[in-house]
Design a protein around this ligand. Structure first.
Ligand code: GTP
Ligand code: MG
Length: 561
């Protein structure tokens, strides 16, 4: 705190607007955020998990008055934080200062008596607030501010982007619009914590941890919630030495790690299905490479994937988190490339032969390691900086990375986002895919060990290819789009925002122009409606004409994906 205050004062002494109290507060916040930025992955996750355990999720009547709500709930304990959102009704997340308040609150809750049906009397922290009697049912929902859970539609996004002054600003604007909010992340941790209460019926010491884009700093609003059931804490060794005796639990033996994972997930999945309030459409996908239980958590609207025994994926999330925290440009470029890939059908929410968001992120990281002045260190460098306490071996794989981010010294690199975006497309538009493997551990191209079209070495399980699923057609589409986008970013009509326009009718330019429908979509993801095929040259001609005429006309209609 002292350090960040000092930093804030230094910034303030340079600021010409330093007189305004508001500026002071903002700068203090920024400096605080900068200090937090160096916090280790596990510290951040642990703090959020602990907050979630002190929180409840309450379905509210639609006409609830905020003050009345808070007065009533705070009778049970001090409220540290709260927010509202809408998803199949109005919901409030309430974080108390201490866990005891939840016990007090639950002591006042009743199991509803339902007519014609019977209720499973499971007392979770998912509650409903009801009016009793007539007492002052106010209609003051307008006073509630709702947190958004979903991103703005792509056509609104392109309008926002077109209003920016530079391509760098456009990339920052895209991350601002798409990234998970603090509240959204809190809700994700709360859902994990609610599910943990269900799994705790079998394994009282278990933890359900979110991984993937919820925690890797590249999460987009609306992304799925990947969770893993962590039972490792349970099997911890704390034998008393010296007595010559020890006690151990008698346990059931499974034929393999995999079969144990499958049976654990099977019963937890059953429990979530039968007893989990708000959990619907539960599917047990136990024969997948990584067995999982998939379901929708209706009160939050999250699509959930629950896995177990998946520590490498957690470590991959930490690795991405570290890279994302080192330099703000990393996140901006990843958000832009992910969005570009999604609108052009390079990635899809349906599993298949296309590139995944995870692979795409690794492509961006590798590109940033390959700059003349590398913007990111290699994974081997992150391992070499690690303390002995960071050592992490999972199933024989060395997954060690430094946890103290302040130990990582970056090289000077002043590349603009515009430059990075353009050169990303050039880099992958001309990459030697047939002979070369992408390797972020070494930060260098390696000889390809197998003949799959695209080879991206798994950072931790180095014998595996992250993009094994990608077929030649999908790789060709990616390369074609990279080339087309690189070419577009060389055109002066695309590069510069047209002047003399009213703010509402600025034709798409820069990043917004790259998000317009493309020819490569015609060969796109199966199951999509086939788009009319236009040769690339015709599409680009249309686009340029529309940009020149400053009308944003037919050729430049925003994509509706
Ligand atoms: P979203 O598309 O926003 O959900 O991104 P995500 O990063 O969460 O990806 P996804 O839900 O597909 O996968 C969750 C996590 O599993 C990823 O962050 C990775 O840690 C891991 N993962 C996904 N795909 C692969 C893969 O092909 N190989 C490996 N090793 N890990 C993967
Ligand atoms: Mg995910």
């Amino acid at each position: 705190r002292q350090k960040s205050d000092l930093r804030a004062r230094r910034i303030l002494s340079r600021s010409t607007f330093a007189t305004k109290a508001q500026t002071v507060k903002k700068v203090l916040q920024q400096a605080g955020a900068a200090a937090d930025d160096k916090e280790s992955f596990s510290a951040v996750q642990e703090q959020r998990r602990e907050q979630a355990e002190r929180s409840v999720l309450i379905n509210c009547p639609p006409n609830i008055n905020q003050k009345r709500f808070l007065d009533y709930i705070s009778k049970h304990g001090h409220i540290q934080n709260h927010f509202f959102y809408q998803s199949y009704g109005v919901y409030a997340v309430v974080e108390f200062s201490t866990k005891d308040s939840i016990t007090a609150l639950k002591a006042n809750c009743t199991i509803p008596s339902v007519q014609h049906e019977a209720a499973v009397p499971f007392k979770s922290r998912l509650l409903s607030l009801k009016w009793t009697g007539q007492a002052g049912q106010s209609s003051a929902s307008s006073t509630l501010k709702f947190q958004k859970l979903l991103p703005i539609p792509i056509n609104e996004l392109t309008q926002h982007l077109s209003k920016q002054e530079s391509i760098d600003q456009q990339l920052q604007c895209l991350s601002d619009q798409y990234q998970l909010t603090e509240e959204n992340i809190s809700l994700r941790f709360l859902v994990c914590s609610l599910l943990r209460d269900i799994a705790a019926a079998y394994f009282p010491e278990c933890i359900i941890r979110p991984f993937g884009s919820t925690v890797n700093s590249f999460g987009k609003l609306g992304c799925d919630l990947d969770m893993f059931l962590d039972l490792d804490g349970i099997s911890g060794q704390n034998q008393r030495k010296g007595s010559g005796l020890s006690l151990e639990y008698q346990v059931k033996q499974g034929t393999s790690e995999r079969t144990v994972t499958q049976s654990v997930l099977s019963v937890i999945g059953e429990c979530v299905d039968q007893f989990g309030p708000g959990c619907v459409g539960v599917q047990k996908i136990l024969n997948a490479r990584c067995p999982l239980v998939r379901f929708a958590h209706q009160p939050s609207g999250f699509q959930c994937d629950l896995t177990a025994n998946n520590r490498v994926a957690m470590k991959s999330s930490e690795l991405l988190f570290v890279f994302g925290k080192l330099d703000a440009r990393v996140r901006h470029l990843v958000f832009a490339v992910r969005c570009w890939a999604r609108v052009h059908g390079i990635t899809s929410s349906i599993p298949g032969a296309w590139i995944t968001n995870f692979s795409l992120t690794v492509l961006v990281l590798f590109f940033l390691q390959r700059r003349t002045q590398p913007l990111l260190p290699t994974l081997d460098q992150l391992r070499d900086l690690a303390d002995p306490s960071d050592r992490c071996i999972i199933e024989g794989n060395d997954c060690t990375i430094v946890s103290d981010l302040s130990k990582i010294k970056l090289q000077e690199n002043s590349d603009t986002l515009e430059m990075l975006l353009q050169e990303f497309f050039e880099f992958y538009g001309n990459f030697a895919y047939s002979s070369t493997s992408i390797n972020i551990r070494k930060g260098k191209e390696q000889n390809k060990p197998e003949s799959t079209p695209l080879h991206i070495q798994n950072p931790f399980e180095t014998g595996l290819n992250v993009s094994k699923n990608v077929n030649a057609t999908q790789l060709e589409r990616f390369v074609a789009l990279c080339r087309e986008s690189a070419w577009l970013l060389e055109q002066k009509e695309v590069l510069k925002r047209s002047t003399g326009q009213s703010a509402d009718v600025i034709p798409p330019w820069g990043l917004a122009a790259l998000l317009l429908p493309s020819v490569a979509q015609s060969a796109g993801v199966k199951g999509r409606k086939k788009k009319k095929h236009h040769p690339a040259s015709e599409r680009i001609k249309n686009l340029l004409e529309s940009l020149k005429s400053n009308s944003g006309g037919a050729g430049a209609k925003p994509n509706t994906v």
